[in-house]
Design a protein around this ligand. Structure first.
Ligand code: ZN
Length: 308
């Protein structure tokens, strides 16, 4: 049976691009690893943030739409994006969130304590201390590798039909079902980050996919051959699946599972250093060949981003 290693990236819809950059790079200390455009809507930015090496399982991406209408987090979405921090780092992060005036609360699931808060556009985030993953050596401010976010801990999924979503996670994507507690079923994949999925078994109400909500979650494939095997498997399971799309930094396929969540499966390669030196990622607008002719127009119309 095929098993995904876990989360490849998570993509969300946000508002003002500068607020997005400032929050994820300055408050959370992630590295802006790519400034490009939405390949399906090139008038809009697509920003990628990760650890220093832009590791699969650590990459969060955003479509900033300045005038998007307010979204609502609910069924058929990733409800909460979970970040992994080293053991002993929780106090540092509570102090840091306080310093930036970010309100948080603490909840427990499966014996772990989660620090939950929202980004400036209403996305629900959480931090959890857990072993696993390499230290993130991207240092910002007083965030050092002993406390820096390593990547995703996982995600909390809200589904219209939790039983169907559970079946896709376990039977199609190859997650191991670890157990149930309260309103959650916990699943685990083989990677050591981005590997724990908590599926909520009770309804979170109707969602509006817009500002402040997750657009899709991508699972890891190795190389293109592996992606094609995944595509056949998704088809065999009677899901309508997209053709293979070339996203430059990975190749991917998309399908919507029955619980309403848009799933992508994306290759680990070639990664974000394919068009920029790895030491200078995310400092200028990178365009795929098909949009290079639009550069003068885009550089004039896209909101300039202040990087420091
Ligand atoms: Zn994606």
């Amino acid at each position: 049976m095929k098993r995904t290693k876990g989360i490849h990236h998570i993509t969300s819809i946000v508002g003002n691009v500068q607020e997005n950059v400032d929050f994820y790079s300055k408050v959370l200390g992630l590295r802006l690893v790519k400034i490009t455009v939405n390949f399906d809507d090139p008038q809009t930015y697509h920003l990628y943030f990760g650890d220093k090496d832009a590791t699969p399982g650590a990459v969060i991406t955003f479509f900033p739409y300045e005038d998007a209408r307010e979204g609502k987090i609910g069924n058929g979405q990733v409800g909460i994006t979970s970040y992994l921090i080293p053991k002993g780092a929780a106090k540092f992060w509570e102090d840091r969130l306080n310093k930036f005036g970010v309100k948080y609360n603490k909840v427990k699931r499966f014996g772990e304590e989660f620090i939950q808060f929202q980004d400036p556009h209403g996305l629900q985030l959480e931090l959890v201390e857990r072993d696993g993953g390499n230290k993130n050596t991207w240092t910002v401010d007083d965030i050092n590798p002993d406390v820096a976010i390593k990547g995703f801990a996982g995600a909390v999924l809200y589904s219209h039909f939790p039983e169907s979503t559970a079946e896709v996670l376990e039977k199609l994507l190859g997650f191991e079902r670890l157990g149930e507690e309260g309103d959650f079923i916990r699943f685990k994949s083989s990677a050591d980050i981005g590997n724990i999925i908590d599926l909520k078994t009770t309804s979170m109400g109707r969602a509006i996919t817009s500002l402040g909500t997750v657009h899709h979650i991508a699972w890891r494939a190795d190389v293109e051959e592996d992606l094609l095997e995944w595509r056949s498997l998704v088809k065999e399971n009677k899901f309508a699946v997209s053709d293979v799309r070339d996203r430059k930094y990975f190749k991917s396929i998309y399908f919507r599972e029955k619980g309403g969540i848009l799933f992508e499966i994306a290759t680990d390669i070639p990664g974000f250093a394919v068009d920029e030196d790895k030491d200078f990622l995310g400092q200028k607008l990178m365009l795929p060949p098909q949009y290079e002719h639009m550069r003068p127009h885009l550089e004039e119309t896209l909101t300039p981003i202040k990087l420091d």
